[in-house]
Every structure is written in C-alpha cells, then in structure tokens.
Design a protein around this ligand. Structure first.
Ligand code: NAD
Ligand code: DAU
Length: 348
C-alpha cells in the first residue's frame, strides 16, 4: 500500500499520470492535489474520478499549512510533484507568479515532506518532475545529458531550475529521499491550447492564422505524453535515490516542419485538400529569449531502467489530431472565457 500525493494532477501531464497510476495500481491510494488554475481541469479525469483508490483535494501548493494537513490526513509516503506554471510566454508577461508557484510552492512541499517524514525516511520518496529547459539552448549539435550545466533563459526555466536546486538541497542538507526527471516537449490529448500543437490544431480547424515565432527554425524534441507518464512510473519504482533521469524520444523537429505535418494531418482528417491550410501560416515577432534547440539524451533511462518510447511520432500525431477533432466540446470549453483575453493579449 502506498499513499501517493500527485500535485498538478488536473493538468495535461498530471492527468495522464494520475490515470495510469489509478488504473495500474489499485493497491495504491492516489491523492491528486491541484488548485485548478486556468490549466487545471477536472474534466480531464472524468473516467477515473469514481475509482476507490482516487481522491481529489483542491489546494494551493504554496499554502504550507494546508499542505501539512493533507500529508497528515492521507498519511502521504510519496510525492510526485508536477504542479507548476508551465507556459514560457506567460512567464515573460508575469515572472512573479512563476517564482511563486514553481519555487515557493516546491519549497512548501519539500518542507511538508521533510517535517512529516523526518523520523523515518525509509520507503519515502519525493519525485520532482522537471524540464529540459533548465539546460538552456543547444547549437546545431549535441544533446542535453544529466550532467549538462544549468543555463536557463526564460523566467519559466529559471523558476524550474531553482526548484530543482531546492530539491537537491533538501537531499544534501536533510537527507530527503528524492529523484528528479527532466523531460522534453510533450504532446497528446488534454494539452491546454496555449502550447504549439493544440493551439495550431484548433486554429487550423477554425481557419485562423498560425502564428509562427521568428523563422520557425527553432528545434524541439517531442515525446508522446503517455510515454512521459510511463517513464515517471518506471523512475518512481526503480530510479536510484538522489539521481536525475533525462526523458526524451530522440525525436527532433524544426518548428516549421512539425507545423507542416500537423497541417497535413488535420487537412486530411477534415477532408480538405492536404496542405491547403499552409496559407494560414503567419510569421510573427519572435519570442523573447527564444531557445534555439532542445535535444535530450535519454540513454541513461534506457540503459539503467529499460524505458523506451512506445510510439513512433507519426502514430502519435495521428492519435493526437484525432483526439482534438473528436473532442471539440472539450476544446470549446477551455477556449471560452479567459482564454480569449489571453489570446488577444499574446497574439494581437
Ligand atoms: P499544465 O500547465 O498543463 O498543468 C499544471 C497543473 O498544475 C494544472 O492542473 C494547475 O491547476 C496546477 N497548478 C498550478 N499552480 C498550482 C498551485 N499553486 N497549486 C496547485 N496546483 C497548481 O502543465 P503540464 O504541461 O502538465 O506540466 C506538468 C509538469 O511537467 C510541470 O512541472 C512542467 O514544468 C513539467 N514539464 C512539462 C513539459 C511539457 O511539455 N508540457 C515537459 C517537461 C516537463
Ligand atoms: O521542453 C519542455 C518544455 O516544453 C516544457 O517544460 C514547457 O512546460 C512546455 O510549455 C514546452 O515549452 P516550449 O516553449 O518549447 O513549448 P511551446 O508549445 O510553447 O512552443 C514550442 C515551440 O513552438 C517553441 O519553439 C515556440 C514555438 N511557438 C509556440 C507557440 C505557442 C510558435 O512558433 N508559435 C506559438 O504560437
């Protein structure tokens, strides 16, 4: 029996992880702690919300007093921490909320775990889910490994880097049992349409301009979200205490090439002439501090723990586009209200 606190479980990656854990481990109790920001949506977990081994608790990770009571109430023995402000463009507009949630929120969870577990760390684990963006930007060659020096450029990546440092500091100073993973760009169902792939799918459907930053030459390394959830499961159960694992699919795409694949797939599924929506591509001012290239070397995870991505990219894109076309109501609901304001502010 384990009582696992998953933070940010109503978000994109968190909801896939919660679903995996709840279904695969009926003997575990999964407590999903989420404050439900614009990015958190309990609709993402409709299919498992009735399960006996699942509990949702609405709580801000920065609220240390409340976090402590939740550790106590559910006798938490493991944490998988995903709750965060996660969108780079928003961090450029409002860096303070990123420092608050990503740094202070992580610190509050670490403190609660330390205080609750201090008498006996055996069998306990604080798993921190981080990003490859902490490593900065690559040139044309090379990969990020677990020993690449941190070099964050956006307020988002700086806040995630800081949270990683706090997690390691709690291990070194107080002996807290921790593990960290740093993953590349995820794609798949239930991703909030501020991120490139769902935003562009939605705009293609609605014949709206596709705002490509700069020349579209930045490179990202894309991983299907279910494969990230599988990797977290493996690292949670088999990862070495104190270690870091990079997660990625060796799947690099220049933005403009990826965008053309998305366009072709949506056009085909909507029975439009394939590629006809390329006319929607609109080059816009580049993102400030835009990292040129991310590429993850995940060979440690493969060699030591046996994890590999399960899906080829083409299959992942097909599944993803189909999901957004089949779930128009979900998209309509999350793009109503505040989203319209955000969109106007960011793109007009
Ligand atoms: P997301 O924005 O979709 O979800 C974040 C979730 O955290 C939401 O449910 C939100 O309500 C919740 N949350 C935010 N602030 C909170 C607070 N103060 N208290 C409690 N809950 C709060 O994010 P995501 O894309 O699913 O990313 C999840 C984690 O994975 C983040 O830590 C992110 O840095 C990391 N990550 C994301 C990617 C990616 O490609 N999306 C890649 C690597 C790592
Ligand atoms: O690498 C992991 C990171 O991937 C995660 O830590 C972040 O939480 C996640 O948001 C993602 O960050 P990116 O900035 O890489 O993702 P985003 O989808 O915002 O952008 C992907 C690329 O597309 C990037 O080079 C910027 C570009 N882009 C994005 C948007 C939203 C555009 O050209 N136009 C757009 O409108």
């Amino acid at each position: 029996m384990k009582n696992i606190l998953v933070t940010g479980g109503a978000g994109f990656i968190g909801s896939h992880l919660v679903r995996l854990l709840v279904n695969k481990y009926p003997q575990y109790h999964i407590v999903n702690m989420d404050v439900l920001t614009y990015a958190g949506n309990l609709e993402n977990l409709k299919d498992i919300e009735h399960k006996e081994n699942y509990t949702f608790v609405k709580c801000d990770i920065c609220d240390l007093k409340k976090v402590k009571t939740i550790f106590n109430e559910y006798n938490i023995d493991s944490v998988i921490h995903l709750a965060a402000e996660s969108h780079v463009d928003r961090s450029i507009e409002d860096p303070f909320s990123f420092a608050q949630t990503n740094v202070m929120g992580t610190l509050s969870l670490l403190q609660a775990a330390k205080e609750y577990w201090i008498d006996n760390y055996s069998g306990k684990l604080f798993y921190h889910v981080s990003t490859d963006e902490v490593y900065g930007s690559l040139g044309d060659d090379g990969f990020f490994t677990e020993t690449t020096k941190y070099d964050p450029h956006s307020p988002y990546s700086a806040s995630k880097a800081s949270s990683d440092h706090f997690v390691r500091a709690f291990a070194d100073t107080y002996g807290l049992p921790i593990v960290i993973s740093n993953c590349s760009n995820n794609y798949g169902s239930y991703q909030f349409p501020e991120k490139l792939i769902p935003l562009f799918i939605n705009n293609i459907i609605n014949n709206k301009p596709l705002p490509v930053y700069g020349k579209g030459e930045n490179v990202r390394d894309w991983l299907f979200v279910n494969d990230h959830a599988r990797a977290i499961d493996v690292i949670f159960h088999k990862g070495k205490l104190g270690d870091t694992y990079n997660i990625g699919g060796f799947n690099e795409w220049k933005n403009i090439d990826l965008i053309k694949v998305i366009i072709k797939t949506v056009d085909r599924m909507l029975a439009r002439e394939e590629g006809s929506s390329e006319k929607l591509i609109t080059y816009v001012t580049d993102r400030a501090g835009h990292d040129l290239r991310y590429a993850i070397d995940s060979s440690k995870l493969k060699n030591e723990l046996g994890w590999e991505p399960s899906l080829q990219f083409e299959e992942g894109v097909e599944k993803t586009v189909k999901w957004y076309l089949d779930n128009k109501e979900w998209m309509d609901r999350v793009t109503s209200g505040d989203y319209q304001e955000y969109y106007k502010k960011t793109y007009n």
